[in-house]
Design a protein around this ligand. Structure first.
Ligand code: FE2
Ligand code: FE2
Ligand code: FE2
Length: 418
């Protein structure tokens, strides 16, 4: 295979993995169990990582890192197969048909490459294939579990067939299959549930709560930090709406943001694991939960990184030191790793917030001015009696970001009791 053809195929696989991460993000809010949300977010990160690695190779071959829409037909195909009538139908169509077909197409590519000329591409694809196969195995297990319900089985079967026939019609996702000429399948007459469903789905067992009312067992001791980590799963749906909804951001944003989202799932898992190790049934612990997770995307991202995360370091560092001092090593490590990750997230926030404001809101303000604007709004909305409401006009205009963080920190935390 000549170099231009390889470049064009690599471009297609990069585009598909990137699209895959976006579409999965669009369906995360429809996933019911918290473990499913976490696993899907890991897949988003893997897909973006695969796309990133392939882009590096494409850049070597093409001397540029541009990503093109392969054909208008592929774009329509992606929109069509993503608009399933339910979560399981999407999963079946996307993983068992489209992702499986991406593997076949990558295998077809390896057969056309030269073992010496193209060895770097071949090594890379060999490395990526098992990651893709694992994802499909996970989806298969989940679907197998859910199709005992006849209505789900019907929906899954219908959508799989639609996706399969559509792939055949394209003569494979790379257009290099051996399917012959087949007609484009008619779209099933069902109402699309996603991507980006209006309502997010959470487990039936989930107890909704808020940060002002922590569970009794953690209220007056350091374990409250493990509960806080457990609650981080609640930002994942809103972040996935952002990930799916931002259609004009650069590729690098999605690489960074997929890692950010996956990390939030990991933090949730760290908290859950520690609380379970300590003997708690986490289903009894409430999670703060906003019913409408589709907030204004740009503001959500700025608030999360510049306040939610930026303002959390003092208390987390203090908790880490206390855990280690009291020889609770695993809780200490939980805090330490969280701090490491959150530092990266704040770095992402500093990099992308002004970019988002400029490109999506035509707002040219610097990061400092955006942060100041959010502080002003928080002052205006401050509840009577709160720390923020007690500052006078001059104090409000001169307060630093760091000092502001001190005002919105969680109150009444106890650091000297495990
Ligand atoms: Fe977080
Ligand atoms: Fe965290
Ligand atoms: Fe974070």
């Amino acid at each position: 295979m000549r170099v231009p053809e390889q470049i064009s195929l690599l471009n297609r696989f990069i585009f598909l993995d990137w699209a895959s991460a976006r579409l999965i993000a669009g369906w995360v809010p429809a996933a019911k169990e918290l473990e499913w949300k976490s696993e899907l977010c890991r897949h988003m990160w893997i897909d973006m990582t695969c796309a990133h690695r392939l882009l590096e190779r494409k850049e070597e071959l093409a001397a540029n890192a541009k990503i093109h829409i392969p054909t208008p037909q592929i774009q329509t195909f992606l929109q069509d197969v993503a608009a399933a009538d339910g979560f399981y139908a999407f999963l079946a169509g996307w993983y068992m048909e489209v992702k499986t077909e991406i593997i076949h197409a990558l295998e077809r590519l390896t057969e056309s490459l030269d073992p010496i000329f193209d060895a770097p591409t071949l090594e890379l694809i060999t490395e990526l294939l098992p990651k893709k196969r694992d994802q499909i195995e996970w989806a298969k297990r989940l679907i197998h579990e859910c199709v005992k319900d006849p209505a789900t089985l019907e929906s899954v079967t219908r959508w799989r067939k639609y996706a399969r026939d559509y792939v055949r019609h394209l003569n494979g996702i790379d257009g290099r299959g051996d399917f012959g000429v087949t007609a484009q399948p008619a779209k099933p007459l069902v109402e699309a549930y996603g991507p980006a469903p209006k309502k997010r789905t959470m487990p039936d067992w989930l107890k909704k709560g808020d940060f002002d009312h922590p569970p009794e067992d953690v209220r007056d001791n350091l374990k409250i930090f493990m509960w806080h980590y457990m609650t981080e799963i609640q930002v994942v749906d809103p972040m996935c709406y952002v990930f799916y909804g931002m259609d004009d951001m650069p590729f690098e944003f999605f690489v960074d943001f997929s890692r950010h989202i996956w990390d939030e799932c990991r933090h949730h898992q760290m908290g859950v694991r520690r609380l379970e190790q300590l003997g708690f049934d986490i289903k009894q612990f409430p999670i703060p939960f906003v019913e409408d997770a589709t907030q204004e995307l740009e503001h959500f991202y700025a608030e999360l990184t510049m306040f939610g995360e930026s303002c959390s370091f003092s208390r987390k560092k203090k908790s880490m030191d206390s855990f280690y001092a009291k020889s609770d090593i695993i809780s200490g490590m939980t805090a330490e790793i969280d701090i490491v990750d959150e530092r990266t997230h704040v770095k992402f926030g500093k990099k992308w917030t002004p970019f988002l404001y400029k490109h999506r809101l035509q707002d040219d303000r610097s990061l400092d001015d955006i942060v100041r604007g959010i502080m002003d709004r928080r002052f205006a909305e401050a509840a009577p009696g709160s720390d923020l409401s007690k500052l006078n006009a001059e104090e409000r205009s001169s307060i630093t970001h760091f000092a502001f963080c001190g005002k919105i920190e969680f109150k009444n935390l106890v650091f000297d009791k495990l």
